[in-house]
Design a protein around this ligand. Structure first.
Ligand SMILES: [Zn+2]
Length: 261
């Protein structure tokens, strides 16, 4: 499932491949991927426009067009973006944006949890969806204030996109392991030291994952994501990893490194 690092990689891919290109046609093969817009409206608002800039907030992508509006793309669980030449569409293509010059942007999504739409000002889009600040951009003081405002389990707070946008299940486990915090610890009871460590690790882990193209086997030794499985040895060589459910999500932790207080 794409999390912030994978979505950032998709943003860079769009920046390199479609920015500067004009859309000459759009073909919606599955209306179910459209959010708040009919196929005819999408066509009307995008054909003839040129893509100017690819942006990301949390797990949400925006491609700004030359009229100031943006194409919005959320990859959901299995969404993928691919530049293809000519009419080369694939089994799970849901929408195809034909670009001047002969290539097309293909939106592929097997399980169809992703969405495509058009928005005006990005700030209003984020506000309507109650998305918190981007996990890579949030300053330390704001991070601490937002996390501390909740009495829930810290893992649930990290996953709450209205607190912080972009952290999913895998990265939440990684930053809690790195900070030696039990996932059920109450967010408002964490010490300033623990909160500072969490903020540092959120930035560090996400940047590292982007740098290595989300290939977890290339992560440095000591990262949980290299072997995130119950029964595996703790990456610090200190105990065996176990699993539990937090807010219905499978959570992997080391009880020796992350003791419950
Ligand atoms: Zn351990």
């Amino acid at each position: 499932m794409p999390e912030l690092p994978e979505v950032e990689m998709a943003r860079r891919y769009l920046e390199d491949n479609i920015v500067g290109h004009r859309v000459i046609d759009v073909e919606v093969k599955d209306v179910g991927v459209l959010s708040g817009i009919e196929p005819s409206q999408l066509r009307e608002r995008i054909v003839g426009r040129t893509f100017e800039k690819a942006m990301r907030h949390g797990k949400q992508l925006f491609v700004m067009m030359d009229d100031g509006n943006s194409l919005t793309i959320h990859l959901g669980m299995t969404g993928e973006l691919s530049i293809v030449q000519g009419d080369d569409d694939r089994p799970y293509t849901r929408a195809l944006f034909r670009l001047e010059g002969g290539s097309s942007l293909d939106y592929i999504d097997q399980r169809k949890f992703g969405t495509i739409g058009i928005c005006g000002p990005i700030d209003s889009f984020l506000e309507v969806r109650s998305l918190g600040p981007d996990a890579l951009e949030i300053p330390k003081d704001e991070f601490i204030t937002r996390i501390r405002a909740h009495r829930r389990a810290i893992k649930a707070v990290l996953l709450d996109q209205s607190v912080l946008a972009g952290i999913g299940n895998l990265y939440a486990d990684e930053v809690l392991f790195g900070s030696r915090i039990h996932p059920m610890s109450r967010a408002d009871e964490l010490t300033p030291g623990q909160l500072g460590s969490l903020h540092r690790l959120v930035g560090e882990v996400l940047r590292k994952s982007i740098e290595i193209g989300s290939d977890f086997s290339s992560l440095p030794a000591g990262y949980l994501l290299r072997s995130r499985r119950a029964g595996s040895e703790c990456p610090r060589g200190n105990g065996i990893l176990t699993s539990m459910k937090v807010n219905g999500r499978t959570t992997i932790l080391c009880l020796k490194c992350q003791p419950e207080r």
